[in-house]
Design a protein around this ligand. Structure first.
Ligand SMILES: [Fe+2]
Ligand SMILES: [Fe+2]
Length: 303
């Protein structure tokens, strides 16, 4: 499978829609959109700050390789992937601006670092490297998506509906386009060794930057030197990594293909909800009822 030059997913696996979402981010709640979990809020905020730089870089990488892909189905998926990632980073930019507007002075210099990182990768590194980074990131995003959806009640329960919905929508679509970077990477001649390098490099890079980001944000909150907060942060990270590790380990298998990873029921139900009436669902799915996340299908705040 890894030597294939074509799209390997089934017909049902293909990207179903480029969705128009509407979120209304709550400036009054500040960056602690999950008031019970300020540390987790800042981990997510730090990761979100990377999106307007990381995702355009993925898009540029995919656009560069497009001419090398022969399979028309894979080209179509690649184009839909680019369209989805474009909607992701635009929504994250709006959210990031609300975080910055809360008065965090570390946001702007941190954004500069991220901008430099991804511009540097695109300009100085080979296309092979950039494709391996893209595939490494997407495999990790699939693992993170499954972890977030599985643990949604614990992580997002009673949190602000718009921010919880932004993150869950993003990962619902990461799960939806799970096959694209993998198949493009192999169609362009990617090998197992490069795939592993990309996974390790992208994971290490993103975790390093996210760690720097939440440390800076928590320092501005005055929480970084608070032992209770540090203990909570350690517990949050411990839980995340405990759930994430088996999902990351399956990526290491030489026979891994993302199409073999079954989509969670909550995610397929989310797709079905949007598909029924997209015009209104973009707004409704932008504010999930976070008091009912334990339910097997997404519950919406009453209109
Ligand atoms: Fe994305
Ligand atoms: Fe993605």
């Amino acid at each position: 499978m890894s030597g294939s030059t074509a799209y390997q997913g089934t017909e049902a696996d293909r990207i179903k829609a480029i969705r128009k979402m509407q979120f209304s981010f709550p400036i009054e709640k500040g960056a602690h959109w999950n008031v019970q979990r300020p540390e987790f809020s800042q981990i997510v905020n730090a990761a979100s700050l990377a999106m307007p730089y990381l995702e355009p870089y993925l898009i540029r990488t995919m656009a560069k390789v497009r001419a090398q892909i022969d399979d028309p189905v894979l080209v179509k998926e690649l184009n839909s992937y680019i369209a989805q990632e474009t909607t992701h980073y635009r929504q994250h930019k709006q959210f990031n601006d609300t975080v910055a507007a809360c008065g965090y002075t570390s946001v702007a210099p941190f954004e500069e670092v991220l901008k430099r990182d991804y511009a540097g990768f695109g300009e100085k590194r080979s296309l092979k490297f950039n494709l391996a980074y893209a595939e490494g990131f997407e495999s990790m995003a699939l693992a993170i998506g499954h972890m977030l959806v599985e643990d949604r009640e614990h992580l997002f329960g009673d949190a602000d509906p718009a921010v919880a919905s932004l993150i869950l929508w993003h990962f619902v679509e990461e799960i939806e386009h799970k096959n694209v970077a993998f198949d493009v990477f192999h169609a362009a001649g990617g090998t197992y060794a490069w795939r592993m390098f990309g996974l390790i490099f992208a994971t290490a890079h993103i975790f390093l930057r996210t760690g720097q980001g939440y440390r800076a944000l928590l320092k501005e909150d005055g929480l970084w030197r608070n032992w209770r907060s540090r203990w909570q942060l350690a517990k949050d990270l411990g839980r995340i990594f405990r759930k994430l590790t088996p999902k990351i380990l399956r990526i290491v298998n030489p026979a891994y293909h993302p199409s073999k990873v079954r989509d969670p029921e909550w995610v397929t139900a989310w797709w079905a909800l949007y598909g029924d009436t997209p015009a209104e669902m973009g707004a409704q799915l932008g504010r999930l009822d976070t008091s009912r996340l334990e339910e097997p299908t997404p519950a919406l705040v009453a209109a």
